[in-house]
Design a protein around this ligand. Structure first.
Ligand code: FAD
Length: 627
């Protein structure tokens, strides 16, 4: 026994355990079913599955795999095995345990499997273990040691303004407040309660509040969203796990920690944000909703505060000046006025690539059939055994290898589906009545009749040539141009121009009535070829044909393309110091999140805000990284 114990300290991780759908209790079950125990026994080469103690295993990840090449769709598990609990087995089975060996990709010994907590417990435990200051070692991720750029008088707490309450601003505020800064969170939009009413008025009466809408307000752009928590920055990284656990702390269900494609939905995000707000207020954070930052106060090349106005009632406190020791700028990429303001301070902004395109919508049942064939009946509007079908498609189009006509202006581009919302709806994300842009959202059950996704093509600075007179903001003007065109093609009043996929491929106007759409403010048949330059339209056409090969039925007269999707990621980046997160052109300013070009999506924005919070805290001596 001693030998066995010595060999097997810690956790063993078992991967790629596939349980066929008929043997699995379904997508919402995260325990150890008999079907899963059978698969575990197979991988371990243990003769009698039912002899394995269930409590020795816990599900680390569960995803659904319905790829066509499989004999049958299955749930795929990664399971952690605590060998110490296997020692309760009968002594004659110990031989089996002592023969356990790692198998590449299937069984791995994880002697140091990290059990990190949520951000609040990490910071509070760190403070307890230390002399009151967090250190780099007990933080959620390591930072390289940096010079402190600015020291606040030690006699008082540093006063920090965080501008923007999206994921990046919220996580920066949380870290700073937990570490003892005097934080003011300034948000041009409204708290979720009022924001919900404003969005309701938009959807029902077409009344767009330019400061409280799908982009602006508590929780940022991600609140009335699908709440997908997938990220390309490494699902298992310490930072991502910390963010996910913090979301659970504020009310997200535990399954987001295990689900292969975690998502929340708007109905879960709203109460979560209220809890987040109450926690911040409990820490003494001052939250100013309906307050827009219009300018920075700069003295001797150092930001010393902000100029704000009441975003609803300009007469109330227009031009009020508020002093701060540092300003975290977490404004998202729809705050175009902020980019202009930064240029007025001679700040350097660097144009960056992003993507533009259209949003495609299919009936969800069609997508379920395409993805699951006979299993489609198991979906049952989000309450069924298997998840509502989604998809992710990508096509690389290259002008030189014949994919695009040789006379095409297009260099290599990728065309891909983006922000796919199964069981969702298409929503208006304009922040200005003369511009039209859209995105998708859903509720937690994803029970609507529709499946929508953006189909976008990458664009680079070469595409913005015509707008070069706008300098660093050429990409912003490029976005604006197509948003204005879409508004005109829709005929105004936020009506969205649409075309069936089949007509788009044939370049003809959808003359007979167009199929229904989930978009609530109305659609109008248009020829979407008149929207983008030819090379973008061609790239979309070719990609759609390729996607149909992967997902037969994707090209359908029931599939409707909506214009226009432009705000896929930030068109600029605000350069900052890699260690201090301070702007390289203005001291005391910390650009973070998606609007600054450092994130794309809810989780990566939250991670960036969290890291920025630690970096700012370190600069103000609240967090000691020099250990
Ligand atoms: P934002 O969330 O944009 O927050 C910026 C905040 O700053 C806003 O609340 C804004 O009002 C405020 N602000 C701006 N200017 C000022 C100012 N001058 N003064 C004061 N406040 C200001 N991502 C996903 O990962 N999964 C999804 O399912 C998903 N779905 C989406 C659906 C929709 C409809 C939209 C619009 C976006 C979706 N996204 C999704 C993208 C995601 O929301 C963003 O990537 C993320 O919110 C960026 O976070 P952020 O904190 O950087 O900025």
């Amino acid at each position: 026994l001693v030998q066995v114990k010595n060999k097997f300290e810690g956790i063993w991780r078992l991967s790629k355990l596939g349980v066929p759908v008929h043997k699995d209790p379904g997508k919402d079950f995260l325990g150890i079913s008999e079907g899963l125990l059978d698969e575990i026994a197979k991988v371990l080469e243990f003769p009698v599955a039912l002899m394995l103690p269930q409590d020795a295993f816990s599900v680390f990840r569960k995803s659904f795999d319905a790829r066509k090449m499989l004999k049958e769709p299955k749930f795929v598990y990664t399971v952690d095995m605590d060998v110490s609990k296997l020692l309760s087995l009968e002594p004659r089975t110990w031989d089996f345990i002592s023969e356990l060996e790692p198998k590449v990709g299937l069984v791995e010994h994880m002697p140091n499997a990290r059990v990190s907590g949520d951000l609040i417990s990490i910071i509070r435990d760190g403070k307890k273990n230390d002399t009151g200051k967090m250190t780099r070692e007990n933080g959620p991720n390591s930072f390289s040691v940096s010079e402190k750029s600015y020291k606040c008088p030690t006699t008082r707490k540093p006063k920090i303004a965080v501008v923007g309450s999206g994921p990046s601003g919220l996580f920066a505020s949380l870290v700073l407040a937990e570490l003892g800064a005097d934080v003011t969170l300034i948000e041009r939009g409204q708290a979720v309660e009022q924001r919900g009413r404003d969005i309701g008025a938009l959807v029902v009466r077409r009344a767009l509040q330019v400061e409280s809408n799908f982009c602006f307000g508590e929780g940022g752009a991600g609140t009335w969203s699908d709440g997908k928590l997938v990220t390309r920055i490494g699902r298992n990284s310490g930072s991502v796990l910390t963010v996910m656990k913090t979301l659970v702390h504020f009310g997200a269900p535990n399954n987001i920690l295990v689900d292969g494609k975690p998502h929340l939905g708007t109905d879960r995000l709203i109460p979560l944000l209220r809890n987040f707000r109450q926690h911040l207020q409990g820490l003494g954070v001052t939250i100013k909703f309906g307050t827009r930052v219009d300018d920075l106060l700069v003295e001797d090349g150092h930001v010393v505060g902000v100029k704000v106005s009441d975003s609803r009632d300009k007469l109330r406190f227009n031009g009020q000046k508020l002093g701060y020791d540092g300003v975290v700028l977490a404004v998202g990429h729809s705050a175009r006025d902020i980019y202009h303001m930064l240029l007025s301070h001679n700040m350097v902004l660097i144009p960056k690539d992003f993507s533009v395109g259209l949003r495609i919508e299919h009936p969800q049942e069609l997508m379920n059939r395409i993805q699951y064939s006979t299993l489609a009946t198991e979906v049952c509007k989000g309450r069924g055994k298997v998840p509502v079908a989604d998809y992710k498609v990508v096509k690389y189009v290259n002008g030189e290898d014949g994919d695009l006509p040789s006379n095409s202006r297009a260099p290599s581009r990728s065309c891909y589906s983006f922000c796919m919302c199964p069981g969702g709806q298409v929503v208006l994300t304009s922040t200005n009545p003369s511009e039209l842009c859209i995105n998708g959202m859903s509720f937690s059950r994803r029970a609507s009749k529709w499946a929508n996704a953006a189909l976008v093509v990458s664009v680079s600075t070469k595409d913005f040539d015509a707008h070069s007179c706008h300098g660093a903001l050429a990409g912003v003007e490029f976005q604006r141009e197509y948003e204005r065109r879409a508004a005109i093609m829709g005929g105004g009043n936020f009506v969205v121009p649409v075309q069936t996929v089949t007509d788009f491929l044939e370049n003809k106007l959808s003359v007979t009535s167009v199929p229904p759409s989930s978009y609530r403010l109305g659609v109008k048949a248009a020829n979407l070829h008149e929207l983008f330059p030819t090379h973008i339209t061609e790239a979309l056409q070719r990609s759609i044909s390729a996607f149909d090969k992967e997902l037969p039925g994707f090209i359908s007269s029931e599939a409707l393309l909506h214009g226009v999707e432009t705000r896929t990621s930030s068109p600029i980046q605000i350069p900052r110091n890699i260690d201090t997160y301070e702007s390289t052109s203005l001291k005391g300013l910390y650009p973070v999140g998606e609007g600054a070009g450092y994130a794309g999506g809810i989780v990566s924005a939250a991670v960036d805000g969290m890291h920025a919070g630690f970096a700012v805290a370190r600069n103000f001596d609240l967090y000691d990284s020099c250990v």
